[in-house]
Design a protein around this ligand. Structure first.
Ligand code: GLY
Ligand code: MN
Ligand code: MN
Length: 441
């Protein structure tokens, strides 16, 4: 993998630092799963974004205008005995070569170097949610004070680097767009596989296995979040991840699953009949959710806002609830009273990127943020009728339907990154019968 995109991002961050501004970005660390086993390691998104380095426990340090080099990395020290167990570590020479940084050091040199860096800094940028790093900074500052005594001129301003990086991460570069397209493509292929393989009598975890098998054989590193496979009323639990129930003919199954590809997340939901044919009531609810999804997608273009897309989805879903006889009354009043909330209780979309619920402000001051080319987000309307809601007709109870796509804002509209998995009733039923219909969004 080329280090160039990562170098460019470091340059961009350096440009926004003041002269002698010091930025410190920590890697993630291994987390114990049980006794002496760890969870699969996942690099910190910010650290990955700026280094492309897969190793745990490192630290990226940038200092604007530093003569010996502006970008430094501290990584795990070479340790042949440990490397036999856990794999080859990059080490100083390879870190410079592979990551394109100016200088590399072993982590155990940090305590020696940090006080001098802090002693030269005009201000310091670090993530405000990392207490350990903050403590390390304070200790480095104390050491600088001791070392330089009265001549020390210590930084007097701290800036939250996560907020700055969030703004950068929100607008995707062409390289990132390609990775996100690939993450969505793999996710879509996995959803198609689940539709093709689904049979009554299977268990939800078996569909989860189909999905995650497809992720893995196509080169995804992991699911981007815990896969949700909810049949019947389980679909009404928004983050249902138990995936233990046996699936029955006549039920729908909702799958919300996305692959992580080179750090980037796909996030797709499809809801389809376990036995391949939608029932009459299922079709009626599904068509309204699909309409909300399609109409919101149609409205995406620069200048539009996520809030306005939510308003569009809410309007269509509320209209649907009136059509189904679940709500009665004047449409505008029902929307104003949020009468849809028991059946549509979540937002219509969120930023998508290195994190599934990606970083970036949703509002600028008091105003909803206008969309810009290069932003990627989800559109995921749904309707959910709790199985014990006696206020709705029994034919709707236990139905949960969500249709979620990933879109990339372009100069004139959007690209639907998740377009390869069908979502109209005819297309879904055709795919499940083994006849892949022509897909369109
Ligand atoms: N998969 C979580 C979400 O759709 O937001
Ligand atoms: Mn999702
Ligand atoms: Mn989502």
């Amino acid at each position: 993998m080329s280090s160039q995109p990562f170098q460019q991002r470091r340059q961009q961050l350096l440009q926004s630092l003041p002269d002698r501004g010091l930025a410190i970005i920590p890697a993630a660390t291994e987390v114990t799963r049980s006794r002496d086993t760890e969870y699969p390691f996942r690099q910190s998104s910010d650290y990955w974004y700026l280094t492309g380095c897969k190793e745990p426990d490192g630290l990226l340090v940038l200092m604007k205008g530093r003569e010996e080099g502006e970008s430094l990395i501290f990584t795990l020290p070479k340790d042949p005995a440990m490397e036999v167990w856990t794999g080859i570590r990059l080490g100083r020479e390879e870190a410079v070569k592979q990551l394109g940084v100016d200088q590399a050091f072993a982590l155990d040199q940090l305590d020696d170097l940090l006080p001098d860096l802090i002693g030269q800094a005009s201000e310091v940028w670090l993530p405000f949610d990392d207490l350990k790093l903050y403590q390390r900074f304070l200790e480095g500052r104390q050491a600088a004070l001791r070392k330089h005594k009265r001549s020390a001129s210590l930084p007097d301003r701290l800036v939250d680097i996560s907020a700055r990086l969030a703004e950068m991460r929100l607008i995707k570069s062409p390289e990132e767009m390609e990775l996100m397209r690939r993450a969505a493509e793999i996710s879509a292929a996995a959803h198609c596989r689940a539709m093709r393989s689904c049979r009554p009598g299977q268990y939800e975890y078996q569909l989860q296995a189909e999905i995650e098998h497809e992720f893995a054989i196509r080169g995804a590193s992991a699911p981007a979040y815990a896969s949700i496979v909810g049949s019947g009323a389980n679909a009404c639990v928004l983050h249902y991840i138990a995936n233990q129930s046996e699936m029955q003919a006549g039920q729908l199954v909702l799958i919300d699953a996305g692959a992580e590809y080179q750090g980037y997340a796909g996030d797709i939901t499809r809801t389809f009949p376990v036995d391949g044919s939608f029932t009459g009531p299922q079709k009626r609810v599904y068509e309204w959710v699909l309409k909300a999804n399609q109409e919101a997608i149609r409205q995406v273009r620069p200048g539009m806002t996520l809030e306005a897309l939510h308003t569009t989805a809410v309007r269509i879903l509320t209209e649907g609830l009136v059509d189904l006889g679940v709500l009665q009354g004047d449409l505008d009043q029902l929307i104003k009273d949020e009468a849809y909330k028991p059946f549509y209780m979540h937002g219509t979309g969120h930023w998508l990127g290195l994190d599934v619920h990606d970083v970036g402000q949703y509002r600028l001051g008091s105003r909803s943020r206008p969309l810009e080319p290069g932003m990627v987000f989800t559109i995921e309307p749904g309707l959910y009728f709790a199985p014990d809601n006696e206020e709705v007709d029994s034919c709707w109870r236990g139905l949960g339907i969500r249709i979620e796509d990933d879109v990339l804002v372009t100069e004139t509209g959007c690209l639907v990154l998740s377009k390869d998995v069908p979502k109209t009733i005819d297309e879904v039923e055709a795919l499940m019968r083994g006849q892949d219909a022509h897909l369109h969004n």
